[in-house]
Every structure is written in structure tokens, then in C-alpha cells.
Design a protein around this ligand. Structure first.
Ligand SMILES: [Zn+2]
Length: 760
């Protein structure tokens, strides 16, 4: 008789099975991986988690899919190595500690909640919370529970190889890497634009910013176009991201209410917003303020268009933001929705100009100049976009931002410059933009200013200070613009499998686009820069080739090798096979046989066969992973494949975020859903190309399917003659069906089509 279980009983039944096998796996060390020369290996890694907070079911998608691949490879007979460690580099953990020590109520509340995922007793929670004023207590608490969480969702990790990025052995490894990069000329010191806090006068990273990485603050480069005032040796300096539109300029906009200044910038007289002068003073410029005034004073004056000396009017426009770049913009109404809207506003209300002595007929005479041909749009794409987005005035910011983004993208990729664009006529903008900038620069009217962009402005430091873009001297950076290095990275990528393949384009693009990137900061947890120990290597720069460290750390600990024995020649020998064994042994005090063993471990496991993670890592971590392997290792140690699954974007249609309090911690998975149900749901609800939204109704549907499958299996087993070998036609049919399923599922998993492997 088949048991008819209620859903909850079924879940409990599953949990019982899971518990039994988890214990069995632990006791029998089934995921311990040792080199077995002659046996084919499979080395899979998934980025180590940052342990300043608990992980949630969204993170679990990537780890589960990676684990499915690891288990699949094991079943196919590979010797699978699947290690894991903990990332703690940088300032976030120290920042949490600091805030807990200073009893910041929001932080206390948040961490009380986090701890409650693991600890029930309120007194105990408070006790643990108190210890968090020491950053290492945070690391220890969350890494300990992360291991439990990962075990609870069934990850088949060999935990003996774990470490944190703050461990002295790891520091020794990163020190070695940076010496190598430095010797190869890939690390440089120089001026570099950075996010900078004007209050604590220091470079800041994402984690120093209020709102964290959700603000997405970054430094961008504006082009400044200098418009000379008619009859005066003073430039009105307008900022733009689209210098090619200068061919279509009709006038210049300033905000009549805003504060402007006449300043000497490196000896030249400029007019810019007061805020812009303040920012430029942090950008390696000599700034001397001559005079302050309101924008209204500029309105009605005339400037020359730098390309053809046409006289252009300076007109009032409230949309102009003195806090953005130079605080002055030039107008291209044919192609910029804001300019179109502002011109329409002014033509509709000519009295706004008459106030400043400009006649209505002068305004009426201003006509948009169309300079870009683009399929699907009229000669004035800005007009089309304003109509489409129902823009009513220049202060319809949200609609105008959307219209602007649409036109910007369309024109950049598909727009062709028209005959009135001089030598650039007939070219696609994306192909000539850099040349336009070079040309304008060489003609002396283009300059550069750095500005912060973000989803939310102003960008504020955790200390309360405003964050701006500053150029700091003596910054250490990794020089990804080095052509020799780029070529190695291209070769490395070309030899790798990228799954799904469509992501390859973004890798290729990123390799081309990456420039110098700052790699060290003055604060935080991490490894000191070996050649300038005031600096600490930042968190993306110290996490590029750490997969190599996994292969040896367990042996380093087993043989009780101390961090100070892990010298440059040690790593050269173990990871690169360079140097004399006896000499290295003498220098490090490590017996030659032990050195051989370490070398064997690395040689056996490397290269990485698969790096599995999510799309947000492509343009940073994963591309650095490629660059650094290509820089340090020989070709036979370059990684073989990267696979990527889309993220879990939300829960029941809403973004999953600690600020909404709607995350489901991994700690809840096993007790709430059972491991198998979770794994089945998270790996099959969408294919790996598709973002997932966590839906309880679909979890329940998955549970129903799973239960039905189990009941069917039991039914078959309990049939008379259900067990044992039977050879009727119907049995052969069933066996054949099963084999077809297995064959198809195998093909799907080989292609990372987990969803299809389950359903087809
Ligand atoms: Zn600050």
C-alpha cells in the first residue's frame, strides 16, 4: 500500500533522508579530494563568499548549480576537487565592527536579526553581538555558519582547503603575486581619478559609501568644451558625454539661479559653476577664483562655437544642474531631449528670455540642427523621444532621463554622422567617437573633468562627507591597458569555453575596455603592498588567482609550515616549477620532500577546469581572473572554462534585499523546504540564462511534482514482481524509456541545461 503523505510529512520525510546522508558523507569524508596520478581530475571553483553577513537563497542558486556540475563529474568518474574559502578583504567588516562598537542602532538591529538565523536565545544573541566589535569575531561567526549553511544545502565541498583572505599564509601568496606583476611592469604608480571623500580626505571604495554597492557610484569622464566669449578672453566651459554633438550646437544653457565663478584654471580664464571649481581643485588643477556671481549675469551674452565661429546665445535653463560636471551645457536640440524640451519651453514662454533683454524673435530664430542619421527616427530624434515619453517640460526629469538614455544608445550604436560633420561625415558614432575627441583636443577646445555617477546622488561617505571624483598622485594601479598583457588575456579567453557562449562578447569587450585600475587602499583588512607597505591590496585585486592557493593550503597547514617560510622562492618553486629544490629547501627550512609534495598537488589539480559564477562578475572579477592567470602562469595552467548562471533577482516580484527584510537565509532552507526540494526548485525553475524570481507557489508546485515522482516510484517497487529482473515487453519498454531519459539528461547537463535535464 502506497503511503499517502501530507505535504509537511513528505518534507519531514525528505529531511530525515537528507540528515542521514549528510552524516554519512561527513563521517566517510566522501568529498575529500586527493591527487590520484593517472586518474582524470576536475577542478571546479565558485567565488568564495564575503562573510560580513549570512548568505540567502539567491546566492544559493549559483552554489547549487556549481555543485550539481561537481556531483555530475564525480558520477562520470572524475576525481573532483571542489574547495571553498572566505573573502574578508577591505573595509566592510571593519566598518560593521566600528558601527557595532559605537552602538549604531540600525547596525545593531540588522546584526541582531542576522544572528537570530542561527541562535534562538536572546541573551546569547546579545552576547555574540557584543563580540562583533572585533572584526575577527564577525569573520569567525559567519564563516562557521556559512560552512553549516553550505552543508545544509548539500554542497559537496572539501572543507580542508578553506582559508580567509586575511590569513598570513594567504598574505604571503598575494605578496608573491604582486611582486610578479610588478616585475612584469603591470603595476604602476601615478595619477589616477578615484572616488574621494571630501571630509575624511581619502579615497573611498564601494563599501565606504552610504547605501553600499546598491548606489553604484563610479567615476566617469566628461568632456569639457570651451566656448570663448565674444570680445573677451574668457571661456564658458560646457560639459558633455557626447562631444560629437558639437556639430549641432545652437546655444549654451546656464542655470540663472545657480552660483558660478570666474576662475583661473592653470592660467586660463574659465566660467564654471562654483561647485565645479571646488571639484576641479581636487583634480590636479591649479584653481584661482577671481569672481563669484549668479548665472543670470551670463544670460544674453554671446560665445563662439569653437568649430565654426558661429555666434551663440547664452540662454536660461532651470534643468541645468550646477552640481553636475561644469554646471554649463551646450544645446543640441535635435539630438538631446533635455535641450529640445528647454528650447520648446523658452519658445512657449519668451518672457523668460525677455527678462534678460533677449527678444522673442531671437529665440524663435533658433532652429535645431540635425547631424545624425538614424533609422526609425525623424530628423529630430530628440523630438521623437520627447513625444514618445510624453515630456511636458524640461523639469520632467524621469521621463527625460529615459528619453535621453534611449537616444544616447540608439545614436551611439546605430547613428551615422551627416554631411555637416566635417571629416567625420558618413561614420558610425561608435566608430569615430575617440577620433572626434582627439581632433577636438588637438584643436585646443576640449578638456576633461571627472565626475561621479550613481543611481542616487549626492553620493555620501559613511563618515557623512560628500564623495567626489579626485585625481590623486602616487596611486598604485594595475595597468590593464598594457597591450602586451591584453594580448595574453585575449589568447587565454580564446582558448576557454564560455558557457553560455553568448557571454563571450562581454568578456572580449571588457578586455579591450579595461584601463588602469587602482589596486590598493590605505585601510582595511588584506595584504600589504610589498613594495609600499603603507598600502593594502584591495578586494578584487587580491582575488584573481587564489584557486592556485587552494591546491596547497591544506598541505601547508598539515606540514606546519609557517607564513614566513612562504617566501618568493617557495611560490616560484611550487607554483611555477622555478628554482633549485635544495636551495629553496635551505632558504625556507622546508624539507625537499615536502616541497615536492606541494608541487605535485598543484601540478595535479591545475589548471582550473571550471569557474562557475553569475553575470555581475564578468566585467570585473572574471576578467581579472583571466588577465592574472595569463600574466603569471604558462599557457598549460590557464583556466579552461567559465560558466555563468543568471541571478535570483527577487522574491514574489520584489527585489530581495536586507533593507526590505525579505531575504530567505540559507539557514532556513533545510528546515523550511528541505534540501532536495530547494535544490530541485532553484536549479530547475529557470534555465541558467534567465533571472529567477523566488515564488512560494512554484516551490509548492515543485514539491508536488517531487512527491508524485516518489509515490510513483514506491508504487512500482511495491507491485507484485516489482523488484528483481523481469523480462516482459513492458519491462523492456520501461528500461528503454529510462535509458533514453538518462542519455538526454546527460547531454543536457554537459551543456549546463539543468532545467532541461530535469524536465525533458
Ligand atoms: Zn568620509
Amino acid at each position: 500500500m502506497v503511503m499517502q503523505l501530507k505535504r509537511n510529512d513528505f518534507i519531514n520525510f525528505l529531511r530525515g533522508i537528507e540528515e542521514k546522508w549528510r552524516k554519512y558523507w561527513d563521517r566517510n569524508r566522501v568529498y575529500y579530494a586527493e591527487p590520484k596520478p593517472g586518474k582524470e581530475k576536475f577542478f571546479i571553483t565558485i567565488p568564495y563568499p564575503y562573510v560580513s553577513a549570512p548568505l540567502h537563497v539567491g546566492h544559493g542558486r549559483t552554489y547549487t548549480i556549481g555543485d550539481i556540475i561537481a556531483r555530475y563529474k564525480r558520477m562520470r568518474g572524475y576525481n573532483v576537487f571542489f574547495p571553498m574559502a572566505f573573502h574578508i578583504t577591505g573595509t566592510p567588516i571593519e566598518a560593521v565592527s566600528w558601527r557595532i562598537m559605537h552602538k549604531d542602532p540600525d547596525t545593531l538591529k540588522l546584526y541582531r536579526w542576522y544572528i537570530s538565523f542561527y541562535v534562538e536565545n536572546p541573551k546569547k544573541i546579545e552576547k555574540i553581538l557584543k563580540t562583533f566589535s572585533d572584526p575577527w569575531s564577525i569573520v569567525n561567526f559567519f564563516s562557521k555558519h556559512c560552512i553549516k549553511d553550505f552543508k545544509s544545502i548539500g554542497l559537496s565541498i572539501d572543507w580542508r582547503h578553506r582559508f580567509t583572505t586575511g590569513d598570513p599564509e594567504y598574505n604571503a601568496f598575494v605578496t608573491w603575486q604582486f611582486r610578479k606583476l610588478y616585475e612584469k611592469g603591470f603595476i604602476k604608480k601615478g595619477k589616477y581619478p578615484l572616488l574621494f571623500c571630501t571630509s575624511h580626505k581619502n579615497a573611498v571604495g564601494e563599501d565606504d559609501i552610504l547605501g553600499g554597492d546598491e548606489v553604484k557610484a563610479q567615476v566617469i569622464e566628461f568632456n569639457l568644451i570651451k566656448f570663448k566669449l565674444v570680445d573677451e578672453d574668457i571661456y564658458l566651459v560646457a560639459a558633455t558625454l557626447r562631444p560629437e554633438t558639437l556639430f549641432g550646437v545652437t546655444n549654451v544653457w546656464v542655470n540663472p539661479e545657480a552660483d558660478y565663478v570666474l576662475v583661473k584654471v592653470d592660467g586660463e580664464k574659465w566660467i564654471i559653476s562654483e561647485k565645479a571649481a571646488f571639484k576641479l581643485s581636487y583634480q590636479d588643477r591649479k584653481i584661482e577664483i577671481v569672481e563669484k556671481f549668479k548665472g543670470e549675469k551670463l544670460i544674453g551674452r554671446k560665445v563662439y562655437s569653437p568649430l565654426d565661429n558661429r555666434e551663440l546665445l547664452v540662454l536660461p535653463a532651470p534643468f541645468v544642474d550646477p552640481n553636475n560636471a561644469s554646471g554649463i551645457v551646450y544645446s543640441v536640440p535635435a539630438h538631446a531631449p533635455y535641450d529640445w524640451a528647454a528650447l520648446v519651453d523658452l519658445k512657449r514662454n519668451p518672457e523668460e528670455a525677455e527678462k534678460y533683454g533677449i527678444s522673442a524673435s531671437e529665440i524663435e530664430a533658433i532652429q535645431p540642427i540635425s547631424i545624425i542619421e538614424i533609422a526609425g527616427y525623424s530628423e529630430y530624434p530628440a523630438k521623437d523621444a520627447c513625444e514618445k515619453h510624453e515630456v511636458e517640460s524640461q523639469t520632467d526629469y524621469e521621463k527625460l532621463d529615459r528619453a535621453t538614455e534611449e537616444i544616447y544608445k540608439a545614436e551611439f550604436y546605430n547613428g551615422i554622422l551627416k554631411d555637416n560633420c566635417g571629416e567625420f561625415a558618413g561614420y558610425r558614432i561608435s566608430d569615430v567617437k575617440d577620433k572626434v575627441i582627439e581632433e577636438f583636443r588637438s584643436r585646443g577646445f576640449l578638456d576633461v573633468m571627472y565626475e561621479v555617477t550613481a543611481l542616487k546622488k549626492p553620493v555620501i561617505c559613511r563618515c557623512g562627507g560628500e564623495v567626489i571624483a579626485a585625481i590623486l598622485p602616487d596611486q598604485w594601479f594595475i595597468d590593464y591597458s598594457n597591450e602586451r598583457w591584453k594580448q595574453l588575456a585575449r589568447e587565454c579567453l580564446a582558448n576557454m569555453a564560455i558557457i553560455p557562449e553568448f557571454h563571450r562578447r562581454l568578456f572580449e569587450y571588457t578586455i579591450e575596455w579595461l584601463r588602469e585600475r587602482p589596486c590598493a587602499r590605505k585601510r582595511g583588512i588584506g595584504t600589504k603592498l610589498p613594495f609600499d607597505p603603507e598600502w593594502i591590496i584591495e578586494s578584487l585585486s587580491d582575488s584573481t588567482i587564489y584557486m592556485a592557493f587552494y591546491t596547497v593550503i591544506h598541505q601547508i597547514k598539515r606540514h606546519r609550515i609557517k607564513a614566513d617560510q612562504l617566501t618568493e622562492s617557495f611560490w616560484d618553486y611550487v607554483l611555477l616549477g622555478k628554482g633549485d629544490r635544495e636551495k629553496v629547501s635551505k632558504e625556507t627550512g622546508i624539507p625537499p620532500k615536502t616541497l615536492d609534495k606541494l608541487r605535485l598537488h598543484f601540478e595535479y589539480w591545475y589548471p582550473v577546469d571550471l569557474r562557475h559564477t553569475a553575470p555581475p562578475h564578468i566585467t570585473n572579477h572574471l576578467t581579472f581572473f583571466i588577465f592574472h592567470h595569463a600574466a603569471i602562469f604558462d599557457e598549460d595552467k590557464w583556466p579552461r572554462a567559465i560558466s555563468i548562471n543568471a541571478i535570483v533577482s527577487g522574491r514574489e516580484g520584489r527585489k530581495m534585499s536586507k533593507s526590505y527584510g525579505n531575504i530567505i537565509p540559507l539557514a532556513d532552507v533545510s528546515r523550511k523546504y528541505s534540501t532536495d526540494l530547494y535544490r530541485l526548485y532553484i536549479s530547475s525553475d529557470a534555465d541558467i540564462k534567465t533571472e529567477m524570481d523566488w515564488r512560494e507557489a512554484r516551490v509548492a508546485a515543485t514539491a508536488k511534482n517531487l512527491q508524485r515522482f516518489w509515490e510513483t516510484a514506491i508504487k512500482i517497487i511495491e507491485l507484485p514482481n516489482g523488484k528483481g529482473r523481469v523480462n516482459r515487453i513492458i519491462d523492456k519498454w520501461l528500461t528503454s524509456k529510462l535509458n533514453t531519459k538518462i542519455k538526454n539528461a546527460t547531454e543536457h547537463i554537459e551543456n549546463f541545461e539543468i532545467r532541461s535535464a530535469i524536465f525533458k
